[in-house]
Design a protein around this ligand. Structure first.
Ligand code: BYC
Length: 334
């Protein structure tokens, strides 16, 4: 399960001289920072790579609703509940924009959903961890959405127009999510009981490393990076983004008065960055293979929700068919 079965066909980077005239013209547009649009010619592997990444991104937004949905009925106040409900609805909207962006590449939404439901497509590793206490809602907003923004701000400059434009809208909303998460934690740390403060530290302890894993494997193990960077689908490498996230997050951690579960985390005045400890990559690869704490549960819930929604899709389809038939009759009569 979760082994990627969407082969993009990229074996190695092509030298410019090996490229066809179409590919060379395409690369010239990439070099000039022109956006590639749906009707434009593009290499087949560029299209496949985009479908892979955008659909994984869409699936992550949709599956990512589950860990937070778990706390909707237990939010501590009505305001917290409203904020959380709004955030979860935003994530659903992000999934829809992203599926629409993927569809511009000639793939159907049904096909993408089928890949998710049958375990052929991946979604972000982070959503396979459980949310065990209310502080987890803060940690998800602050760390998970925080990591997502670092990645997505850069993706606003991705070379494919519809993906880039979806990212601009999404980033605005993610920024609100990150702040609401941080504010939950800050309130618990400043006004909470000792037990509530312990919950915050516990949530950070559990979400710290998985958040760092969101950026993907180290650059030397990142199979897709070289080609995706050459096509400017990705604009920064996994390790660069991870470092940016750590550098901006540690000062916020200090304001909270909490610590990271990493004894090697320390400021390095020579590099101007934080040094940090080794990520447990065996855990990461195990999670993306389908063996994380919640993979099975997340997928089962998603498939069940899809099956339960069959009547809604059928009703919408019947309505659309009726509207189309009505419009055709009117046209004939006129
Ligand atoms: N989890 O060659 P690499 C959100 C896979 S949701 C799972 O470096 P790439 C939110 C990777 O797919 C935001 N799999 O890959 C929602 C590849 O396998 P395949 C989610 C991962 O694509 C609700 C293999 O490992 N954000 O914010 O060049 C509530 C080798 O990796 C992961 C996005 O989706 C992972 N973490 O780079 C709250 C961002 N990492 O496909 C919040 C868009 C790697 O070859 N995606 N893999 O079999 C990207 O920017 C890139 O796809 C990645 C990976 C940086 C994630």
């Amino acid at each position: 399960m979760y082994a990627q079965m969407v082969d993009t066909g990229v074996k190695s980077l092509k030298h410019r001289s090996e490229m066809s005239a179409d590919e060379q013209a395409f690369m010239a547009r990439i070099d000039n920072e022109s956006k590639i649009e749906p009707q434009d010619w593009m290499p087949d592997a560029y299209r496949k790579t985009l479908v892979r990444q955008i659909s994984q991104h869409a699936h992550s937004e949709i599956i990512g609703m589950q860990p937070e949905g778990n706390w909707l009925t237990r939010a501590p106040t009505i305001k917290r509940k409203l904020q959380l409900a709004a955030k979860i609805q935003d994530e659903c909207g992000h999934g829809q924009y992203l599926y629409s962006a993927a569809e511009t590449l000639g793939v159907g939404r049904d096909q993408l959903l089928d890949q998710l439901h049958t375990g052929k497509a991946k979604y972000s590793s982070i959503f396979n961890y459980p949310t065990l206490n209310w502080a987890d809602m803060g940690a998800v907003g602050w760390l998970v959405d925080g990591a997502a923004i670092v990645n997505q701000v850069v993706l606003q400059r991705t070379s494919y127009g519809p993906y880039s434009r979806a990212m601009i809208r999404i980033c605005k909303e993610e920024s609100f999510h990150q702040r609401q998460g941080y504010e939950i934690l800050l309130t618990m740390m400043q006004k909470g009981t000792p037990a509530q403060k312990d919950m915050v530290q516990d949530a950070i302890n559990r979400f710290w490393w998985p958040s760092l894993m969101m950026f993907g494997p180290n650059d030397d193990a990142s199979t897709n990076s070289a080609q995706s960077l050459a096509w400017k689908i990705k604009r920064k490498s996994n390790d660069e983004l991870r470092q940016m996230f750590i550098d901006q997050t540690v000062p916020q951690l200090e304001v909270l008065g909490c610590t990271a579960p990493d004894p090697d985390l320390q400021w390095n005045p020579e590099t101007g960055h934080y040094d940090f400890g080794e990520i447990d990559w065996s855990e990461f690869f195990n999670v993306i293979k389908g063996n994380g704490p919640c993979n099975k549960q997340r997928l089962e819930k998603k498939v069940k929700a899809h099956e339960n929604g069959t009547w809604v899709r059928d009703a919408a389809q019947a309505y659309a068919t009726k509207q189309q038939a009505g419009a055709a009759t009117k046209k004939e009569a006129s």
